[in-house]
Design a protein around this ligand. Structure first.
Ligand code: ZN
Length: 503
């Protein structure tokens, strides 16, 4: 076979794997949206089989041989060409997936399945000790996983790389160490000012009206209903099958209007990223977003930098008042804007506001790194957690359910995931500065309800490239520098200076 035939063969295999994964994703969506509770066991078998078929297809000797044979050819191509990038991405994934012995894959799957139940019970009963042995086992499993990729610079690197290709522990540490004191200082300054009122957000808001307003907003910002849909689910998420069909889910709280609204914008941001990927990448190794952090930069941008901005509400607030005249008819725009941006240190990450959110992440990252380094024992986690919460946010959890047990991630063995949330915030700040330089009248456009300029910029600079570039590369290409906390801090300081009247 000549190179072209080999490349075609490789792409054909990848397309088939992509089809298997799309079928699995659709079943996963169905599981959370439609499936009756009794269907869980059967669905587990089906998803397990699809996942196994996709995995076996990928780690086959044929894929290995094709990669070996195509690498010298790819080395002669432009390193930024789609083909060179495809080979690079596939080699990286192939090395990862073939290095892990199947016994470890099975052990990990069994342990996390069991750990989830143990964690849920421990959280419910506020009993860390019952989860401790499970978490010890998971930490040990993750350390053994990291060992497979030795030599590494840091034992946490291989875990981080699963979520943020190419990113190193040293990078993340450096970013967060620069960020932390500034965040702490900002929160202290805000705490010294009179609190803003947000009580009007917590009234009865009819669910159907919330749904209708959300659809109106999504339509206006450019959500393509021909290729997407929205459904209700207990936990909001986005899923997609290529860029042909991208779906979001939303959850509604009839006693708080902010819940569905901002989560719809958040998931809408994820969805618009996938919708904006160039169609030529469908069913290829370069489909989908660049990484979790870059994905999160898109969702957090629509949720916060756009969706909690004054220009956005100068446009949408009169409509929201029409939907809810009793609740908001007498609340001025200025008060509403301050209310949706209220800062209040809280114990729970998922409820945290923009100013405090990153500190929740830093705490988790420090713990994960210390656990992997063996400098922190699992049994000492609650004490460590509570001390850091006090230091960063001035709060001590009344119990472990509201502290170290609150998140599902560790029970799923997802060590290395958390930092992507905070990195996403930072990247959104970097993109936002650049967008505003490139589109000087962006605020005015948003005030008029015009989002084509913003969306066009995002598609051109970020979305269309799919996962062709690694996250640091992507940010560098778009903004001229790697991931950097300074723009996000400037954004926060400017925003809260006005809202809280800081000096
Ligand atoms: Zn998200």
């Amino acid at each position: 076979m000549d190179y072209e035939a080999k490349l075609n063969r490789l792409n054909e295999i990848i397309a088939e794997i992509s089809d298997l994964n799309a079928a699995g994703a659709l079943l996963g969506w169905d599981q959370q949206v439609n499936m009756p509770a009794g269907g869980a066991e059967g669905r587990g078998y089906t998803l397990g089989t699809l996942g196994r078929l996709a995995h076996e297809r990928f780690v086959s000797a044929e894929v290995g041989t094709l990669l070996d044979e195509l690498e010298p050819y790819a080395a002669g191509l432009d390193p930024d060409s789609d083909t060179a990038r495809t080979i690079k991405v596939l080699r990286r994934n192939y090395t990862k997936e073939t290095k892990v012995p199947s016994e470890m894959v099975v052990e990990f799957a069994q342990t996390t399945t069991m750990a989830h139940g143990v964690w849920a019970k421990a959280r419910h009963e506020n009993d860390f000790a019952s989860f401790q042995p499970m978490l010890e086992k998971l930490v040990d499993l993750r350390r053994r996983y990291a060992e497979l990729f030795a030599p590494y610079t840091h034992v946490y690197d291989p875990l981080l790389d699963d979520f943020e290709p190419g990113l190193k522990t040293a990078d993340v540490k450096q970013i967060f160490e620069a960020l932390r004191p500034q965040q702490v200082e900002l929160i202290k300054a805000i705490a010294g000012q009179p609190q803003v009122d947000a009580s009007f957000l917590y009234q009865h808001y009819d669910e159907q009206k919330q749904w209708d307003f959300g659809v109106e907003v999504l339509t206006k910002i450019g959500y393509d209903w021909n290729r997407s849909r929205q459904d209700r689910a207990a936990h909001p998420f986005t899923t997609n099958f290529g860029n042909w069909d991208v779906r979001i889910t939303t959850r509604f709280d009839q006693n708080y209007v902010g819940s569905a609204l901002f989560s719809t914008l958040h998931e809408g941001g994820h969805a618009m990223y996938e919708l904006g990927v160039d169609s030529k990448y469908n069913r290829t190794a370069l489909a989908g977003g660049a990484s979790l952090a870059v994905h999160e930069s898109q969702s957090r941008m629509w949720e916060n930098l756009v969706g909690r901005s004054l220009p956005f509400w100068e446009h949408f607030y009169p409509r929201l008042q029409e939907y809810f005249p009793e609740q908001l008819g007498n609340v001025p725009l200025e008060s509403f804007y301050k209310g949706i941006n209220r800062v209040e240190p809280s114990l729970i990450r998922v409820e945290a506001d923009e100013a405090t959110y990153n500190l929740h992440i830093m705490l988790r990252l420090e713990i994960e790194i210390a656990l992997m380094e063996g400098k922190l024992a699992v049994k000492d986690l609650p004490e460590y957690w509570n001390a850091r919460m006090q230091e960063y946010l001035g709060l001590t959890p009344p119990n472990d359910a509201k502290g170290v047990l609150q998140d599902v991630h560790w029970s799923g063995g997802m060590i290395g995931y958390f930092s992507t949330y905070a990195l996403g915030n930072l990247v959104s700040g970097q993109f936002w500065e650049k967008i505003n330089q490139d589109i000087p009248d962006l605020s005015e456009q948003i005030r008029q309800g015009k989002f084509e300029g913003l969306r066009g910029w995002l598609v051109e600079k970020v979305h269309q490239h799919g996962s062709k570039y690694e996250p640091q590369e992507m940010v560098q290409r778009v903004t001229g520098s790697k991931i950097d906390p300074a723009p996000y801090m400037r954004y926060l300081q400017d925003k809260y200076r006005k809202i809280y009247g800081l000096a």
